[in-house]
Design a protein around this ligand. Sequence first.
Ligand code: SF4
Length: 137
Amino acid sequence: MIIVSACLAGVGCRYDGAAKPCKVVIRLVAEGQAIPLCPEQLGGLPTPRQPAEIIGSQVIRKDGVELTAEFTRGALEALKLARLVGAKTAVLKSRSPSCGSGKIYDGSFTGRLVDGSGLFAELCKQAGIEVKTEEEI
Ligand code: SF4
């Protein structure tokens, strides 16, 4: 079983209430090969919500409020689901502070990228789940 970011499956769970549908991911879900989840919603965050980015070891909302605890809780809950279904692979949305892998926004809210991964993507890797972005499949 594959875990996928729910926004890639067409769910409007992004900070702005929109989805980022990816045809390959939607097909994987429709064929029963993948399960969509959204770590940020699992962490109790509302939709829509203000954007947040990682700065150092913290997750900071655009207005300066720290959301590290909510993002961490969501990543841990999402990992529970990934383990429950025995996921070996995850296809996660690029650049997100939860789902991004390899490159994420740098915390300046200007679109600049730095090397790094989102909290959920990092947990998946530590748990031995292979993480790919939608741009790599
Ligand atoms: S946390 Fe992941 S699944 Fe949820 S909206 Fe952000 S990128 Fe998509």
